[in-house]
Design a protein around this ligand. Sequence first.
Ligand code: ADP
Ligand code: MG
Length: 918
Amino acid sequence: MANNYRNGSSHRTPLTKTDRPLSVNSNAKGVVKSKPLPSSGLRKSSPASLGSAAAAAAAKDDTGVLGRVRVAVRLRSRNEEEMVADADFADCVELQPELKRLKLRKNNWDADTYEFDEVLTEFASQKRVYEVVAKPVVESVLDGYNGTIMAYGQTGTGKTYTLGRLGEEDKASRGIMVRAMEDILADVSLETDTLTVSYLQLYMETIQDLLDPSNDNISIVEDPKSGDVSLPGATVVEIRDQQSFMELLRIGEANRFAANTKLNTTSSRSHAILMVLVKRSVEGRDIAHSGENGNGTQMVKTLKPPIVRKGKLVVVDLAGSERIDKSGSEGHTLEEAKSINLSLSALGKCINALAEGSSHVPVRDSKLTRLLRDSFGGTARTSLVVTIGPSPRHRGETASTIMFGQRAMKVENMLKLKEEFDYKSLSRRLDIQLDKLIVENERKQKTFEDEIERITLEAQNRISEAERNYEDALEKERLKYQKDYMESIKKLEEKWIMNQQKQGSERIMAGSKDDSSDVASNGKDSMASVVEELAEVKKLLLKETQSRKAAEGEVNNLKSQVAQWKRSEASGNTEILKLREMLEDETQQKNKLEGEIAILQSQLLQLSFEADETSKRLDRGGSANGPGSLDSLMTEVRNQQPKDSGNGEKASIAKLFEQVGLHKILSLLEAEDTDVQIHAVKVVANLASEELNQSKIVEAGGLSSLLMLLRTSEDETIHRVAAGAIANLAMNETNQELIMAQGGIRLLSMTATNAEDPQTLRMIAGAIANLCGNDKLQTKLRGEGGIKALLGMVRCGHPDVLAQVARGIANFAKCESRAATQGTKTGKSLLIEDGALSWIVQNANNGASIIRRHIELALCHLAQHEVNAKDMITGGALWELVRISQDCSREDIRTLAHRTLTSSPAFRAEISRLRIER
Ligand code: ADP
Ligand code: MG
């Protein structure tokens, strides 16, 4: 790791190249006296900046990277006073910058030599000082590490000059704070990164806010987990440009001056601390794009919390390191003097302890050491510049400064990347995502509703078309019969006419016979011409006879005519009879036709329900009802009902229903054709699912018809649908009594015994479960085998059936418990009598929550009455009750179970006997 660090080579491109950074040899160096130094080796070593490759390595490895505290020594040139006062004396130090050595003169012929990471002469420019002391630290901070730059030295040696110089009049003299911010601002992207600054002063163990002087007692907060130190009371200013930062430094400087005047001290007695927090979003750009499009992978990507790196740069301009005059010449008491010096001496102790590898580092001794706990022996990259003056008069202070620097060089830090998941920004992103999904969902919902509307409209159109077709067919049929009838009448008329004609011709034929006999007698008379007269007489006689005969004939004719008339009158009567018969036939046909139409209409009704059911099924994707609940039973039957939203459709069905009529539909229940019966029972079941229709159905005798179907029909579909209809009717108390009075329990039990289909069983169980909830019917229901029937149905094992059975048992137990409380019932539970307990215990922890819930309730009800306790204990129900009282997800049931257990003496005794923990 150390090698890695030493050989790390990367430079940040946005910054100008670090030409001579501090050496990064992690071997701590102590005092080296007149010994060749491995300086070339040091110089060859890699730049101090912890490049991104090393950073990546550090990110993977939580143990961090070793990073020794770097120490540079900076010598100030003689000032005017020194030039005069020390004119005759040589400087107390001699620098060998190329060897990174400093010689501290002991006397004219002897000196101690010390090696530093960098030795900066009085000619070193501010730029160079920044680059070797501060820049590597700034780069680390930009990479997400904490960093500290600190100046230590006697007052007047240039600490503030090195760190805090603003350089407004002379840009070249800009100090480390100004240059560091320039580099930071050049590197961050203010769109994704944030930059905040606090500026504080520590004096006599009090932290004051240099950005808000009224804020003069800021406390240090340590995160007990991470050990991170923060000052939540300090003003935090977000920096967006260099000008605002400069303004901030000016304000800080002014406040520092004012504060020190007020405290009657100089800035040399206080520590100034600048804190810069650089918060960088690691995948900022990546994220900005991913939000745009809503596809799955992008979504997943967006769900990954973004990573933020929080590098904190702390720049500390320490108070002067010279010993405070304890005589109180500055106007302080001894106590004050101690306090003034406390932080600095504590820092010295900590550094000594760290340099010696001592197990105890007295970090908590002062505010300064608490604030800097990450800078020395922590995770920060730390660079220290010790400032010295040349004056031999201050040799002692200079020597102690040098020793401080030497010890600090032995302090090893373990650099750690300050990287964390940015949950806040993830949450913001998820909010946006959620909004998007809501909008999308609403859009889908709308499309879906439109689709439903379209289907409804289509169904309506189909219904009206079918109606029209049936009307047409009916009209055709009617016309055909009318035509047939007219034709029969016509035929009759023709027959009648023919008869008449026949009679007419018969009459004519009779007339012509008389004429021929006349001719024959005339022939005989012509032979005796003499007796013409006689003939004449005879003629006359004949005429007379003829006319008599004709008269007679006429009479006969008339007679026969009368007879004929009489005959035809008779035949006319039979014709009328025939016509009557035909008319009756006609009426019968018409009635039959009407019946067929009614069936057709009910089929149509059914069809429309089925169409609706299909659309409902589309709708049913995330149905909230669990299987087997009463609600789902209702919903299922209701699903065949027209939807409330489809008003038009409902109206048209209501119209059809009106046309067909409830009585007609009920009468079709008795139809001979099973298909007709099935359709009719389905229609009735649909109607029965609507509370409004229930009383009408019962009043019209529908309940009896449905029960009758259970008795007479052998069709399973009819059984299922009829039982469903009965279950729905059984929701009402009056109907429950009617069902019982009509032997409903026996019929339902019988049907259950023969049924195989789980859905039929479910409907029957649902109906019985409803009846179980009626307090008045308890004994009768049990007497007619209701409980046994319920228990018999569990053989099918279908969860829907089991849920209804469980509901019935819970209903029954509830009513029983109520009756027992009211004193109207004594003795053991009928459920226990009928052997329900073992099933109850077996299913008390059923995986299906709906079954479990009912059973848990039933158990609680049963347990409330001491008479049941013995059976419950022997039947194993106690264990279940204990379990319910401990981990039933419903609090009310849990409490009920608990209460029951504690109030029953029998249970209590058993529990303590078995030493069950509760
Ligand atoms: P400190 O903060 O250590 O008490 P200052 O930074 O206030 O010391 O320096 C004291 C004086 O010396 C100031 O007038 C400052 O301008 C001057 N000074 C210090 N170091 C240098 C330097 N390297 N070059 C020029 N002037 C300096
Ligand atoms: Mg100063």
